[in-house]
Design a protein around this ligand. Structure first.
Ligand code: NAD
Length: 281
C-alpha cells in the first residue's frame, strides 16, 4: 500500500507558492516511461515536475497530467527554453509548442535553460519571458545556469527579477557565490543534480550521518538542501527511490550535521560550466 507525503512550499519573489521538492525527468524517455514515472511520483506525493524542451518528454509529462486524477492547479509544472530557441519571436513560438506538448494552457514556471553567453541573446530572450508573464500565460519566470555576471547583465534592463535560478548544486558543488547573491537579489536557489547524479552517495561523511539517523545518503543530501532553503528536483525512474527521495520531511539535521556537510565541498561539477556550454543542437 502506497503512502503519500506532503511537501512544504516556498514562496517565490512574486508570491507564487512552489513545492520545495519536485520530480526531475531528465533522461526519462520515451514518453510512456516519463508518463509512468510521473504518475508514480504523483502517487508518492510529488506535486511539481521539472522538464525541458530538450528532454523530449514534455508529451509524456502531459499524458501523466491528463491521466492523473489531480487538478491542473494542484500541480506545479516547469519547463525550459532550449538554447537554439533564444530570441524574442522564437521564445513565443517555443512556449506555444511546449504548452501544446504538455497539454496545458499555462505554465507555472518557464526557465531560460542556459545563458549561452556567446549567442548574446539572453537579454532579448528575457524580454519575451516578461511578455509571457505580463500576459498571464506563465505564473513565474526564471533562469537556469546563470552565473553572477549573467544575472547582473539581465537585471540591468529587466522589469521582472527572475523567480529562481536553477543551478548544479550538491555537496561537492555548493555554489557559495551564487547562493549568497541569490539571497541578496531575492532569487530562489533551485538545485539540479541535487544528488550529484549519484556521485556523492558513497561519501563517508554523508554515510555517517545517514547511519546515525537511520536514513539513506540520498535522504540526508536532499534534507540538507531543504534546510538550506533550496528547491530540489531529484530524478529517479525506480519506484522505491522515487518514494525514498520524498520521505525527507519527518526528520531534521542538527547544526553539527549541517556544518559537516558544508565542509565536504570540493568545487567538483558533474555537468558543464555555463560559460563553456556550447551544445545548441
Ligand atoms: P540527480 O542528482 O537527481 O541524480 C539522479 C541519479 O541518482 C539517478 O539517475 C539515480 O542513478 C541516482 N539516484 C536517484 N535517487 C537515488 C536514491 N534514492 N538512491 C540511490 N541512487 C539514486 O541527477 P539529475 O537527473 O542530473 O538531476 C535531477 C534533475 O535536475 C533532472 O532530472 C532535471 O530535471 C534537472 N537538471 C537540470 C539541468 C539544467 O541544466 N537546468 C541539468 C541537469 C539536471
Amino acid at each position: 500500500m502506497s503512502t503519500s507525503v506532503t511537501v512544504p512550499a516556498v514562496t517565490l519573489n512574486n508570491g507564487v507558492q512552489m513545492p520545495q521538492l519536485g520530480f526531475g525527468v531528465w533522461q526519462i524517455t520515451p514518453d510512456d516511461q516519463a508518463t509512468a514515472a510521473v504518475l508514480t511520483a504523483f502517487d508518492a506525493g510529488y506535486r511539481a515536475v521539472d522538464t525541458a524542451r530538450i528532454y523530449t518528454n514534455e508529451g509524456g509529462v502531459g499524458a501523466a497530467l491528463e491521466q492523473s486524477e489531480l487538478n491542473r492547479e494542484d500541480v506545479f509544472i516547469t519547463t525550459k527554453l532550449w538554447n537554439n530557441e533564444q530570441g524574442y519571436d522564437s521564445v513565443l513560438r517555443a512556449f506555444d509548442n511546449s504548452l501544446a506538448k504538455l497539454g496545458t494552457d499555462y505554465l507555472d514556471l518557464y526557465l531560460i535553460h542556459w545563458p549561452v553567453p556567446f549567442h548574446g541573446k539572453y537579454v532579448e530572450t528575457w524580454r519575451a519571458f516578461e511578455k509571457l508573464y505580463a500576459d498571464g500565460r506563465v505564473r513565474s519566470i526564471g533562469v537556469s545556469n546563470f552565473e553572477p555576471n549573467h544575472l547582473r547583465t539581465l537585471l540591468d534592463t529587466a522589469t521582472v527579477v527572475p523567480a529562481l535560478n536553477q543551478i548544479e548544486f550538491h555537496p561537492y558543488l555548493q555554489q557559495h557565490e551564487l547562493f549568497e547573491l541569490h539571497k541578496e537579489l531575492g532569487i530562489a536557489t533551485e538545485s539540479w543534480s541535487p544528488l550529484g547524479q549519484g556521485t556523492v552517495l558513497g561519501d563517508s561523511v554523508i554515510g555517517g550521518i545517514a547511519s546515525r539517523l537511520g536514513r539513506t545518503p540520498a535522504q540526508v543530501i536532499l534534507r540538507w538542501q531543504v534546510q538550506l532553503g533550496n528547491i530540489v528536483v531529484p530524478k529517479s525512474a525506480t519506484e522505491s527511490r522515487i518514494r525514498e527521495n520524498i520521505a525527507i520531511f519527518d526528520f531534521e539535521l542538527t547544526e553539527a550535521d549541517m556544518a559537516a556537510l558544508a565542509a565536504i565541498h570540493r568545487g567538483e561539477r558533474v555537468g558543464q560550466h555555463p560559460n563553456d556550454f556550447i551544445d545548441d543542437f
